[in-house]
Design a protein around this ligand. Structure first.
Ligand SMILES: C[S@@+](CC[C@H](N)C(=O)[O-])C[C@H]1O[C@@H](n2cnc3c(N)ncnc32)[C@H](O)[C@@H]1O
Length: 322
């Protein structure tokens, strides 16, 4: 995996961003996460197979086919994939092993793919990329390269497992956080921030940070929880929201647009507003913990167990001026 990360950075002609290579390699080497040695050993035990079949532009990301792997290697790979559970974002099919993830991340992709600027040839940053599903879809849509960042080491390792077979030096998920990305790098054509804004204590700082990562004329694809309400209104949960402890602000759509304007974004477009349903987020064989149904009031699916409006998400597109 370190080889793949080094190869990835060879494609990024930016001295400033090279700091992320050093930081990522340091984290891999010296992480104190209790499961990291186990995940690394499993990674080293992955069967050596070189697939020729890849599909990154369909709802299910497919790497390898069943007839490209022998029975023993298939069984070994299956066992290791199970040890990398929970699989939250996907779906994937790896040599015919179907990973039915908690989230149908393809549904989110379909909500904005036609509204955003053509991804082909663009440099993409995905902040909070998880295991890289949307990074891989962006590559499948022709991006020049895609950098995902996510400090959750299991998701980082899931991506590394996938890329062990994809062997792409145009995409990687790095085990770093948004605050590690050099402020003002002005390097990216498109930045995804999806499912992250409500986890940030200061949403303004997050939007200003992203602005500084974008080139002039670059595009932000922002996906976040929203609530009904007038301009100026945002929900700050007393404690948890849908059992999540780290939710700070859930704005109304008008408030969100105003936040973006205050941070100097232009060409704002609300591309989608959808209620999250159990078609999109649910318990599966590959994520056996609680999911959406457990976060909603059993007697009234329109509210969370805490009594707040049930999750509704907006996708807003915005540009940094030329
Ligand atoms: C709700 S998930 C969204 C995943 C994906 N973007 C999506 O929309 O399906 C939020 C992700 O943000 C990641 N995250 C949390 N803190 C972060 C930080 N400081 N910088 C980057 N990512 C972070 C989490 O590990 C998690 O994978």
């Amino acid at each position: 995996m370190t080889k793949n990360i080094r190869k990835f950075f060879k494609n990024i002609y930016s001295q400033e961003l090279a700091i992320l290579e050093r930081k990522s390699l340091d984290i891999i080497k010296s992480s104190k996460h209790g499961d990291m040695p186990r995940w690394r050993n499993l990674y080293d035990e992955l069967p050596d197979v070189n697939p020729s079949f890849f599909e990154l532009d369909g709802n299910v990301i497919k790497i390898g086919q069943r007839d490209e792997i022998d029975d023993v290697s298939y069984a070994k790979l299956y066992e290791i994939l199970r040890q990398y559970m929970p699989w939250r974002k996907g779906p994937y099919s790896i040599f015919g092993i179907n990973i039915d993830t908690e989230w149908r991340s393809d549904i989110k992709w379909d909500r904005f793919k036609d509204g955003i600027s053509d991804i082909s040839g663009r440099k993409i940053l995905d902040i909070g990329a998880a295991n890289g599903y949307h990074c891989l879809r962006a590559l499948g849509a022709g991006a020049e390269f895609v950098m995902g960042v996510d400090p959750t080491l299991l998701y980082f390792m899931q991506f590394q497992l996938l890329n062990r077979y994809l062997k792409s030096d145009k995409v990687n998920v790095l085990p770093v956080g948004v605050d590690d990305i050099p402020y003002n790098c002005g390097y990216f054509d498109t930045v995804f921030s999806m499912g992250l804004l409500y986890h940030r204590r200061s949403p303004f700082d997050h939007l200003i940070q992203i602005y500084s990562f974008l080139k002039s004329g670059g595009e932000l694809v922002l996906e976040t929880l929203v609530v009904d309400g007038p301009q100026g209104y945002a929900l700050t949960p007393r404690d948890r929201y849908a059992k999540m402890s780290n939710v700070w602000f859930i704005p109304s759509v008008e408030t969100l647009l105003n936040w973006l304007k205050k941070c100097r974004y232009v060409d704002l477009k609300v591309s989608d507003i959808s209620k999250t349903t159990s078609d999109e987020q649910r318990v599966t064989d590959w994520m056996t913990f609680e999911s959406l149904n457990d976060f909603l009031d059993p007697l009234n699916k329109d509210i969370t167990v805490e009594g707040y409006p049930a999750p509704r998400r907006a996708v807003v597109l915005a540009k940094k001026p030329q």
